[in-house]
Design a binder for this molecule. Sequence first.
Ligand SMILES: CC(C)(COP(=O)(O)OP(=O)(O)OC[C@H]1O[C@@H](n2cnc3c(N)ncnc32)[C@H](O)[C@@H]1OP(=O)(O)O)[C@@H](O)C(=O)NCCC(=O)NCCS
Length: 213
Amino acid sequence: MSDPRLRVIIRQMNLNDIDQVVMLDKLSFPSPWPARTYRYEILDNEHARMFVLEPGNVFEQPAQSRQLNWLDRLIDSITGWTNGHPRPLIGYSGMWHIADEAHISTIAVHPDWRGRKLGELLVWSMIRQAMRQRAGQVTLEVRVSNAPAQNLYRKYGFEVLGTRKGYYRDNSEDAYMMGVTRLDEAYRQHMLLCGKALASRFHVINEWYQDRG
Ligand SMILES: CC(C)(COP(=O)(O)OP(=O)(O)OC[C@H]1O[C@@H](n2cnc3c(N)ncnc32)[C@H](O)[C@@H]1OP(=O)(O)O)[C@@H](O)C(=O)NCCC(=O)NCCS
């Protein structure tokens, strides 16, 4: 019987991904990062780790973006490309490791793919990496109006640690600083349970983290 789980790839972001990531960024944030920021994060920021999420194969794109004939599909399934283009990215995320703190710098899922636990998969993967790196805490900033993201973080034990007044330049909105500060055995068990639930939905076929620290 075939595996009903969605096959996805999580891999490290590279320079060839930047155009797509910037497009996704524009669909996801009122103040998207420019391409040069991604270049800096990938090439120069020794604390940064950037990831992208791809569908495992071309057949798993949403129906509206499927316009390939059988030959294109065959070629794509062999090459991993789509009509001569790299696979479309469906999400990305970034994290900074500084001292014992892991800070989630960005995360987004393509609007067509939201609500399928892919954001959760990215968050889970980053926290797991932070724990592997022996981080003592995981932190982030989030708009006070961004309820979906806050709910996602709360699911992973994040609590509001404080407020940064007027943090976002586009509309002077406040940010909540959120964090998980006890990555202890109980938290490890929580991660294990969440990981099992995610594994019943996703077959992560190539999860690759490079430790630059
Ligand atoms: C935030 C974001 C990454 C979530 O990704 P997603 O794949 O849609 O979320 P998931 O399907 O993994 O949902 C996981 C949890 O998030 C919360 N959540 C997600 N969407 C939600 C919504 N529309 N309303 C309320 N809670 C929501 C829920 O707690 C959900 O868990 P549940 O399904 O068990 O209730 C996505 O909405 C996004 O890209 N938003 C724009 C960019 C952004 O705001 N990034 C965060 C910056 S701090």
